[in-house]
Structure formats: structure tokens, C-alpha cells
Design a protein around this ligand. Structure first.
Ligand SMILES: [Zn+2]
Length: 201
């Protein structure tokens, strides 16, 4: 019996430490830098209770910190709001704002983004580096993409077959189709404009 007591003590100590508000991880993702380049670990397609996810936005931030990510975007579906009866969502920027606050003291960049979803041609598309999600919530797909383009967004996603070419050209990212370097430069230039509250020396 005596030997069990220290064991329990150790066990509960671990539990208490585990519940501390820490972001230290047992599962950090590491990707090596290619000589001359810096690898950035991102997840630019995430959901929370503000669309069809099942967690509050701060949990996504904590997960990203545990995974050692550098950049995330909570791309809530603008149109698809399955939790809206429980969580009213008049301001589509809410998820981003909560995540931004949660990440304020950490080296994690939060990119403002939204998912523009249509069952008809256009499909599921994420617009990242937006300024304001609310005006992107439009009835017509073309109006939604036009607004995202106006805000300087980068749009990517699944474009369903049958999408008219004219609508495709509305997509900002279509201009990057044959120029990966231009796309990478755009992404980096937008990342550099994000507010950084604290960076490690
Ligand atoms: Zn999605």
C-alpha cells in the first residue's frame, strides 16, 4: 500500500500540470527549412462552432500552438451556420477576433479568412487575407468572390466542374494559376502585413 501513495501523488501532479494553461506540446510538427528558404507551417482551412466545427475558436489556437504551427486561418462557412440557434452569429468576424485575442501572446499569426460555399458550380472556396467577412456574405457567388477580390483576398478551394469561365476569372487566385512563385510572393507579402503583437527575439 505504501508504494501506491507516491504513485498517486505523481499521477495527480501530472494531471494538475496538464491542466495548466500551457501550450507546450508532445506532438510539435517540424518541417526542415530548405537552404535559402524558411518553411512556414500553416493550416488555412479550419472551422469552429461559428460554422460547422465543434469547438470554440480559442481551442483551435491552442491546438495550433501545440502542433507548432506558424499561421492559421479560421475559415468559417459564411452561409452554412448549423449552430446558429445556440450561438447567434450576426458578425461573421467574431471567430477571427476571438482567435486573435487568444494568440496575442504567442508566435502564431492569425489570418482573417472565410469559406464561400455553393452547392452549384463554384463549390467550396476559402478566401484568406480578407479585411471584413460580413460584406462577403452575398446571395450570388459572383458577388461574394468580387467582394473577396476587392479586399485583396487569396482564394483557393474546390472548383466544381461546370463553373463558367467568366466566374472563374472572378477568382483572384486564377491570376496565379501558372505562376507559383508569384503566388508564394503574394502570400509572404500579405503575411508580413499582419499585426504581430509579440515575436520571440
Ligand atoms: Zn470547410
Amino acid at each position: 500500500m505504501k508504494s501506491i501513495i507516491p504513485f498517486f501523488f505523481l499521477f495527480f501532479t501530472i494531471l494538475l500540470v496538464g491542466q495548466e494553461h500551457t501550450h507546450r506540446s508532445s506532438r510539435p510538427l517540424t518541417f526542415p527549412d530548405i537552404p535559402g528558404y524558411k518553411s512556414i507551417k500553416t493550416d488555412l482551412h479550419m472551422h469552429t462552432v461559428f460554422s460547422d466545427g465543434n469547438v470554440w475558436p480559442n481551442i483551435r489556437v491552442q491546438e495550433a500552438l501545440r502542433d507548432n504551427l506558424d499561421v492559421i486561418s479560421l475559415t468559417e462557412h459564411l452561409e452554412y451556420q448549423p449552430h446558429s440557434q445556440d450561438i447567434p452569429h450576426p458578425d461573421r468576424n467574431r471567430s477571427y477576433e476571438i482567435a486573435l485575442k487568444e494568440a496575442a501572446d504567442y508566435d502564431l499569426l492569425i489570418v482573417h479568412g472565410s469559406e464561400i460555399t455553393r452547392s452549384a458550380p463554384m463549390g467550396h472556396n476559402n478566401a484568406v487575407f480578407i479585411d471584413d467577412a460580413n460584406p462577403i456574405l452575398q446571395e450570388k457567388a459572383a458577388d461574394a468572390f468580387t467582394e473577396a477580390k476587392k479586399q485583396g483576398a487569396f482564394v483557393f478551394g474546390i472548383i466544381l466542374p461546370g463553373t463558367p469561365k467568366t466566374l472563374m476569372e472572378t477568382l483572384f487566385s486564377a491570376t496565379f494559376k501558372k505562376n507559383a512563385l508569384k503566388m508564394a510572393n503574394f502570400m509572404v507579402s500579405r503575411l508580413l502585413t499582419l499585426p504581430i503583437t509579440r515575436r520571440n527575439p
